[in-house]
Design a protein around this ligand. Structure first.
Ligand SMILES: NCCC[C@H](NC(=O)CCC(=O)O)C(=O)O
Ligand SMILES: NC(=O)OP(=O)(O)O
Length: 316
């Protein structure tokens, strides 16, 4: 693997999931592979799971790790070509990416969208400029439009826990007080489209995702109808895509879409975390036996580890 910035970088998904599960059984089997190789994690946004699981994954492979909170610790980066840099940006991505490539063998980047400038977000200007100017492989730790490490962990989780050959998986929009990105939903849908699952997406009208994401996946506006006989219910908020970055749902819609034990039925509950209790999902679901969110977060380590292993194998 040369990089992991989108699901398109996966060549054989089933083999990748199987290899991740092997690493889960035997995490230190390749601890020589990453010896004297350094992973540099650059965070433009907050993180708990991605930061700790990716660092753990790298250490399991024998790598060294440097973590940098870019917004608080680094110079403010300029991404535009030809800008007269006489305002608030101090360093251009052209120098920064080349310099960081001299210190690290793999660069991982988290950079959320603006949610105000759709064209800029869809150009993936942060991660695509790292790919363009870095001379080492780049890993996406959640960009403006994609969270492929999360989606791989989700695929591992469903593969491990499914009791059916072709489970019914529902992605259900959830209420949230803030405007959130589309990245997790986009990558989860993209991943499920690659798997042998029966996928349905449900959300209130006005929260349609991009056509490029949905493709021919069924969208059902009636949440109860969508959730019927589900095996896995993946819950996530996103802001409007059409009315870009807006939160247009009424308070009534919000309270009606929260996942309760009654709505979940016998399905397994999934969420990428962090999750707002009693807004997105009722306490009784998260604290109940059908919630798999903790194991899902555990699988972030093996999702990152299998990706780093593939990248290291290509470096050596
Ligand atoms: N990395 C997992 C999700 C990150 C982000 N969630 C958030 O920002 C939630 C923050 C809050 O609940 O305040 C998102 O939706 O893309
Ligand atoms: N799920 C996830 O990416 O969590 P963090 O935002 O805490 O990294």
């Amino acid at each position: 693997m040369k990089k992991y910035t989108s699901l398109d970088d996966i060549t054989d998904l089933q083999a990748l999931i199987a290899e991740a599960r092997e690493l889960k059984k035997n995490p230190y089997a390749f601890e020589e592979l990453g010896k004297r190789k350094r992973l540099i994690l650059l965070f433009f946004n907050s993180s708990l799971r991605t930061r700790l699981s990716t660092e753990k994954a790298a250490c399991n492979l024998g790598m060294d790790v440097t973590v940098m909170n870019f917004n608080s610790d680094a110079w403010k980066l300029e991404f535009e070509d030809g800008t007269v840099m006489n305002a608030d940006t101090s360093e251009h991505i052209k120098e920064a990416a080349q310099v960081i490539s001299q210190y690290g063998d793999v660069i991982a980047v988290r950079a959320f969208p603006t949610l105000t400038d759709k064209a800029k977000d869809e150009s993936e200007y942060v991660i695509s400029n790292f790919v363009k100017y870095a001379s080492v492989p780049v890993v996406n730790m959640e960009s403006a439009t994609a969270h492929p490490l999360q989606a791989l962990a989700d695929a591992i989780t469903i593969t491990e826990l499914s009791q059916k050959k072709r489970p019914k998986v529902v992605l259900s929009w959830a209420p949230h007080p803030k405007a959130l990105p589309h990245a997790v939903a986009n990558s989860f849908i993209g991943m499920m489209q690659k798997m042998d699952v029966d996928l349905t997406v449900t959300h209130p009208e006005g929260y349609e995702l991009s056509d490029a994401t949905i493709q021919d996946t069924p969208v059902e506006y009636n949440q109860d109808a969508a959730l019927k006989d589900a095996d896995f219910v993946y819950v996530k908020n996103w802001s409007s895509y059409k009315d870009y970055g807006r939160v247009s749902a009424t308070p009534e819609t919000h309270s009606n879409w929260m996942i309760t034990p009654e709505k979940l039925g016998n399905a397994q509950f999934m969420h990428c975390l962090p999750v707002r209790r009693n807004v997105i999902v009722a306490d009784a679901v998260l604290d109940g036996s059908n919630s798999v969110v903790i194991e899902q977060a555990n699988n972030r380590t093996f999702s990152a580890q299998v990706v780093l292993k593939k990248i290291l194998e290509n470096l050596n």
